[in-house]
Design a protein around this ligand. Structure first.
Ligand SMILES: N[C@@H](CCC(=O)N[C@@H](CS)C(=O)NCC(=O)O)C(=O)O
Length: 211
């Protein structure tokens, strides 16, 4: 069985993958990388992710970076966990849409809200279009989630969209629409998310104590 390692700073975007790994239920190791000590920009870590960013995973000889790519990879690599919609299933298109909508639309829309540009470029030139449209599409998806984006099956798409939503709501960059609070509330009941969040709090203390 190839070894699975998460390169992690708690809490950060690597917490998305931490949650995913807890949902997966496969054994994994955590390799902590300290931003404070600049470890993400040292040659050892740049050999893993030349972007100097977390998360990254190593699975045997395979290295994957980018949170949504990692979640897609893990869901496909361990299909028995039933966190993916497999190739050949007509629902895979919508599933992939949500996996890409997270990093391509939700994240840039909320970052734009947090750090507005003086002269925003034309909507047509921005991959995410505009904040209000992203929120409306997201609200439609979250509102239709019964109980999850893909229906009864919880998938990697919920980890990606749910993480963006939770993060955005925490920093008041996403409005408290009833569709969002209901869906995010259901996600917060996931035992895997509770485990990852609790462990992140401990890891954060450990990391701060060590610096
Ligand atoms: N596009 C990346 C973004 C990862 C990212 O920005 N991670 C932040 C932590 S939340 C980071 O590593 N920041 C350290 C730095 O840029 O120096 C992904 O989705 O995985």
């Amino acid at each position: 069985m190839p070894k699975l390692t998460l390169y992690h700073a708690a809490p950060s975007r690597s917490s998305i993958v931490h949650w995913m790994l807890e949902e997966l239920g496969e054994p994994y190791d955590i390799h902590l990388v300290s931003f404070k000590k600049g470890e993400n920009l040292k040659p050892e870590y740049l050999a893993i992710n030349p972007m100097g960013k977390l998360p990254a995973i190593r699975h045997g000889d395979t290295v994957v970076t980018e949170a949504a790519a990692i979640c897609t990879y893990l869901a496909d690599e361990f299909p028995h966990a039933q966190l993916n919609i497999p190739v050949g299933d007509p629902a895979r298109g919508v599933y992939l849409k949500w996996l890409f909508f997270g990093p391509s639309c939700v994240e840039p829309a909320i970052t734009e809200r947090a750090f507005p540009r003086k002269e925003p470029p034309a909507r047509s030139t921005l991959g995410f279009g505009d904040y209000d449209t992203v929120m409306n599409v997201l609200a439609k998806g979250a509102g239709a989630a019964d109980p999850y984006l893909m229906g009864k099956q919880f998938t990697a798409a919920d980890v990606i969209i749910g993480s963006g939503l939770r993060w955005g709501m925490m920093f008041k960059l996403i409005p408290d629409r009833p569709e969002f609070t209901a869906y995010a509330g259901r996600l917060s009941e996931r035992p895997a998310l509770k485990r990852a969040t609790e462990r992140d709090a401990k890891l954060q203390k450990e990391q701060e104590g060590a610096s």
